[in-house]
Every structure is written in C-alpha cells, then in structure tokens.
Ligand binder design. Structure first.
Ligand code: NAD
Ligand code: ZN
Length: 375
C-alpha cells in the first residue's frame, strides 16, 4: 500500500514543545505458550513488602478454572473476578478503587489484568486512579493524568483490541465514551501467552479479531498514515488474512492473532482509526453494543469508504459462517438516531483521518442515519 500523505498527527493535542509525539511503549513483554507461569517470578521484585498486595482483576469466565489456580496469589494478594458482559465504566473503576483502598492500608504493589479488552482497560484505569485523586471521569480525554500509575501488568486472553499495547483505556462515562489517553496508561509489563485464548467462543473470536482487522484497514487507508503506522499495519493485516482466510493449525492461528493484535495496536498509536470506529462508538453509547460486534455491524455497510476492506471482510464472514444480527436500530426514535450521530460526529480526529481535512463537506447527519438504518 502506498503512503498517501505524511503528516504530523492531529488526533492528539500535541505539547507545544513536541513537533512529533513522543510515545510510550510497553517496556517488557514475554511471549510463548505457558509463559503465564512466569508471572510469579516477574512480580516478585515488584512487591514492595508483604502488606502491599498484588491485586488481580480477572475476567469471571475464569472463576473456578485451572487458570485461576495458577495465579501466584501469595501474602495478602487479592483476586477480584469481574464480568466482561458490559464494557468498563468510570463508575466501575471508581468503586474498584474505593474497595481496594478500603481493603488495604498500603497501596498495592501492582495491578494485574487478566482477560480481554474489557479487563485490560479496567486494570489500566484502576492503576491510574489509585494514585490520581478523584473520579475516572475527570481523566477521560488527552493527557489529563499527572501522576504515575501503580505498576500494572496486562495478560490478554482473547486477541484483537490492541489494548495490551495502547496508551488508552476506553471507558463509558456519565456523558461520553472516551479513553483516558496518557503516557501513564500503557502497561509496564505484558505477558502474551497464546494458550490462554484457547476457550474463546467462535463468534467472539471473530468479532474481537475483526477489531484488529478493522484497525488495520482504517489505519492503512487513512490520511494520517506514515511509515511507522504502515509498517505495523501491513504486518497485522497479513497476519489477519492468514488467520481468517487460510487453514492454518489452531495453535499457529492463536499465536498469529495475538501478534496481529499487538501490531494493529501499534499501527493506530501513530495514526488513528476511522469511519467504522466513529459509528461504532455511537452504537456503543446509545445501545450498549460492544466494541467488536459493533465494528462488524458498521463495517459491513462501508463499501463506499473501504471497498477492498469490506470485500475481504465478507470473505472472512463467509469462511467462518458468521451471521450478524439484524434490525439493531429498527426501534430507535429520531432523537436516539440524532444522539448516535452526534456521538459519531464528535470523533473528529477519526473523520479527519478517514476523509481528510474537508471531511465536514463529505459527511452529513443524513448520511450517517442512512447507514445506521441499515444495521
Ligand atoms: P471482552 O474483554 O469484552 O471479552 C469478550 C468476551 O469474551 C467476554 O464474554 C469474555 O468473558 C470472553 N472471554 C475472554 N477471554 C476468554 C477466554 N480465553 N475464553 C473464553 N471466553 C473468553 O472483549 P474484547 O473484544 O477483547 O474487548 C472489548 C473492549 O476493549 C471494549 O470495552 C473496548 O472499548 C475495548 N478496547 C480497548 C482498546 C484500547 O486500546 N484500550 C482498543 C479496542 C477496544
Ligand atoms: Zn477497535
């Protein structure tokens, strides 16, 4: 794919002293089947003293499983099982922080998130709010966090969101769905153990995997593209095609999707997502539709913006016999459609990335409503 236009990132307010963004990256990462068992050794030097626990936030799908048994739960550590049925919210972060502060005299030595994007985002936000005063909602936005977070570790158990590498944690707040974007959000350590993603149900595997595929398409087709994003985006796209369009063995597919997620996340760090994500945020905010499936619901109707991407997406759907639900928006009132459109149009950097500086001349409320009505 050819680089259309190299330009400075506009998606994030840049500090006056920075011509180019100076991004944090995950400083330490382990990769490999069974690497989860190294967690105890990795945490040991991070433990401040026996009263400062490690708090594990774990997807409740693992409650009572062998994985829960393997968590190095020692001294006064605490395991908190959390449901991923709903996407993380600022209220949920606040109540977890209050609970941890009430349970322990000292701040934890570390927070470990085990699960998909929901649990990873929750862990990042809890780690930030343990050292920064007030409610999580006060930090939704760009570079509003001033104090370093508690040491935090991310362990994905389903692949696609790229949350394991990103400097954001997306939260549903009282009046918006928006990330806490900050240098302190990024994990201090990630453990990539593809075996942990063994039991993921097929539909969910597809939806979360497509989040990664759509990150690639939106980044590679966007006007913010630069060689940094392109190099990661192309690799992630190649891996997605192998995983979703060829018949590689399952274990290889798990390894590859985990690395695709990583590269897809890196690709959007230095660019931006696009039309599908903007519209999906609207669906998520008004109807509570989750990120992965929401992106798929929208993306199927975006031939006009991403013709090649949608054609590949359709092939992938067919190969895996995925049927998306229909009629999601059929009972919505005009006011609800308008709200959804307002949320979508509010994501200005996404539109600018997708359509260029003059996006406001191309995209109208009617256009967006007509797409929503197809869903
Ligand atoms: P998820 O974490 O919501 O999990 C989806 C489902 O899969 C849940 O039911 C969960 O219990 C189940 N699951 C997870 N691992 C499993 C396993 N090994 N076996 C069986 N079931 C398993 O899904 P997701 O798509 O990874 O995350 C979506 C969230 O990620 C959204 O909240 C979205 O906003 C966020 N997100 C964040 C970023 C970021 O950069 N921070 C990027 C994209 C998406
Ligand atoms: Zn996404």
């Amino acid at each position: 794919m050819e680089i259309k236009k190299e330009r400075r990132l506009k998606n994030i307010p840049t500090k006056a002293s920075e011509k180019y963004r100076n991004f944090p990256m995950v400083p330490r990462v382990v990769f490999g089947n069974g690497s989860f068992d190294q967690l105890g050794g990795i945490l040991m030097p991070k433990r401040k003293h026996s009263e400062a626990p490690i708090v594990y936030l774990v997807d409740d799908v693992f409650e009572g499983t062998n994985l829960a048994q393997r968590i190095p739960n020692i001294f006064c550590d605490q395991i908190i099982f959390v449901s991923a049925n709903e996407e993380p919210s600022t209220l949920q972060v606040d109540s977890l922080v209050t609970m941890i502060k009430e349970n322990f005299q000292d701040l934890p030595s570390g927070i470990v998130g085990i699960g998909g994007g929901t649990l990873l985002d929750l862990s990042k936000a809890v780690a930030i709010l343990l050292t920064n005063k007030g409610s999580a909602a006060e930090y939704q936005g760009w570079d509003l966090v001033h104090k370093k977070a508690i040491y935090h570790v991310g362990i994905p158990t389903i692949s696609g969101t790229g949350s394991e590498v990103s400097r954001t944690t997306v939260l549903l707040g009282p009046d918006k769905k928006l990330g806490i974007n900050s240098d302190f959000t990024t994990f201090n350590q990630v453990i990539l153990d593809p075996e942990l993603s063994k039991g993921v149900p097929k539909e969910q595997w597809f939806y979360t995997g497509m989040d990664c595929f759509i990150h690639c398409i939106e980044s590679l087709e966007g006007t913010f593209l630069n060689a940094f994003s392109q190099s990661y985006g192309e690799k992630a796209l190649e891996l997605c095609k192998e995983v979703f369009l060829t018949d590689i063995p399952e274990s290889e597919s798990r390894d590859k999707l985990m690395m695709a997620s990583w590269h897809g996340g890196m690709s959007i760090a230095y660019s931006q997502v696009g039309v599908a994500h903007a519209l999906s945020y609207g669906l998520g905010f008004i109807l509570g539709v989750k990120h992965g499936i929401g992106n798929c619901l929208v993306f199927q109707h975006l031939e006009e913006f991403y013709p090649e991407g949608v054609a590949i997406f359709n092939q992938m759907m067919k190969k895996h016999q995925i049927t998306l639900p229909q009629g999601i928006c059929k009972n919505l009132t005009d006011t609800e459609f308008e709200k959804m459109v307002a949320v979508a149009l509010g994501m200005e950097p996404l539109w600018e990335n997708a359509l260029g500086e003059n996006w406001k001349c191309i995209i109208t409320s009617e256009k967006l409503i007509s797409i929503y009505k197809k869903i």
